[in-house]
Design a protein around this ligand. Structure first.
Ligand SMILES: [Zn+2]
Length: 439
């Protein structure tokens, strides 16, 4: 989650494109790339993509490495099996829209906001993260005709080949582990396969890209180094999104397998703390890693809020204080007030074209073996022209237009991420397993 609450590029609740839903074609997706020559007659996409490109897109294994949708699972307003819409409720992902947009699945996030570094707060965060993991597993159980938990790269290909949606799990912010990295084993058994040490603030494991208080460790802390070793031992992919550049370098250096940046942009297009400079992009690629490009407006370009919005935000922040000090009730009240503010004074939005600039820049620098997509859906991602996952065929169309081959695009959509998954699996030394009790 890219901080829906505290950053400028927030859920707008308003879509400026006015585009309606996609076509009603929802062909079965699978791991095979469908040759374009075999494309059947299908309606042109409602998102302005030709029918042959929609067919090609639907035939690929399409994965996103940062789906924040589990944050909604506790909400009675959210129903995974019902087609909802960004224009009405600000959501990006549900089962009908996954079919429409040809999204086969990806990493569903166990996100925890950063809180105080003390035992009581660690325990509260741990309990909350375990409940979030339980919610993801309950979702997979409830919709077992359509989705399935994935524990390995092979699982993902099999599940998508059966026409179901793939549910990998990742952890955004390792804060809930407290000071005991062995707790990662418990999450692993529950299905966790990707872990990022840090979020918006420096924590017990690492320096964050966005902590304004400055460097705490100069990268990973000694506990953070233990976390990297534990993740390698378990066969998890390490995620450097939200980490300070120095932390990402440390992760590359220490990890036995290539790292991922599950939802990150590039300084080459917009110089921002949450994006990475060219030399770090090169270092990630040189070590075999992958950057998955974010679609979070505030990180794609400098977006200027209206004076009215700025004033309202200042008033809100003065009223509620620093979110890090809020208890759950205060956080809920703040969230409600913030949503009302966003509805009245919508945040500025970035565009599909700007998202593509980041994606094509990264591809140009490091090539199609090292780039993918992690849009931060339901965590603040989404732009004008790609307001939810039904617009994903546009990305395939734009990559074709830019001269990328079908094989390249298949790697971008999932091949690279699955390669990292397999490398993590091969390097694994732990004997633990995840019992597949749901199927
Ligand atoms: Zn995030």
């Amino acid at each position: 989650m890219s901080l829906r609450l505290f950053s400028a590029g927030l859920l707008a609740g308003v879509c400026l494109t006015g585009l309606a839903a996609c076509n009603d074609y929802a062909g079965e997706s699978g791991s095979q790339i469908m040759p374009r020559a075999e494309a059947q007659e299908v309606p042109a996409s409602g998102v302005g993509v030709s029918s042959d490109v929609v067919k090609l897109h639907q035939g690929m294994l399409v994965m996103d490495t940062h789906l924040d949708t589990p944050a909604y699972f506790h909400s009675s307003d959210y129903n995974f099996s019902k087609r909802q819409s960004f224009e009405e409720d600000g959501t990006h992902v549900d089962l009908p829209r996954m079919k429409e947009g040809g999204l086969d699945g990806g990493f569903w996030v166990i996100f925890t906001p950063q809180g105080p570094l003390d035992e009581a707060s660690y325990h509260a965060a741990r309990n909350s993260a375990l409940m979030r993991q339980t919610a993801i597993r309950e979702m997979a159980a409830k919709y077992s005709d359509d989705v399935e938990l994935a524990f390995t790269a092979d699982d993902a290909e099999r599940i998508a080949g059966e026409g179901k949606r793939v549910v990998f799990q990742s952890m955004e912010n390792s804060y809930p582990l407290g000071t005991d990295v062995s707790l990662l084993e418990t999450f692993y058994i529950g299905g966790l396969r990707m872990v990022g040490p840090v979020h918006f603030r420096d924590n017990q494991f690492a320096d964050s890209a966005t902590d304004v208080s400055g460097e705490k460790f100069g990268g990973l802390s000694p506990l953070g180094e233990e976390l990297v070793k534990k993740a390698n031992e378990l066969g998890m992919i390490l995620d450097g999104s939200h980490a300070a550049d120095a932390t990402v370098y440390d992760m590359i250096e220490l990890s036995e397998t290539p790292i991922i940046l599950s939802h990150t942009g590039v300084d080459g297009i917009y110089d921002h703390y949450r994006n990475i400079p060219d030399e770090l992009l090169m270092a990630v690629a040189d070590s075999g890693g992958v950057i998955q490009i974010n679609a979070y407006g505030g990180y794609l370009e400098a977006l200027e809020p209206t004076p009215e919005r700025t004033e309202a935000l200042e008033e809100l922040n003065a009223q509620y204080g620093d979110p890090i000090n809020m208890d759950e009730d205060a956080m809920n009240a703040y969230r409600e007030a913030r949503e009302a503010l966003d509805a009245e004074f919508p945040p500025p939005r970035s565009t599909f074209e700007k998202f593509m600039e980041h994606l094509l820049y990264a591809l140009d620098k490091v090539g199609p073996d090292h780039v993918g997509m992690g849009a931060d859906w339901d965590g603040g991602g989404g732009v004008d022209g790609m307001s939810d996952i039904t617009f994903l065929p546009k990305v395939t169309a734009a990559l074709l237009d830019a001269g990328y081959s079908e094989e390249d695009i298949a790697k971008i959509w999932s091949g690279n991420m699955l390669r990292l998954m397999r490398q993590a699996e091969e390097a694994r030394t732990s004997e633990l397993s995840s019992p597949d009790v749901l199927n």
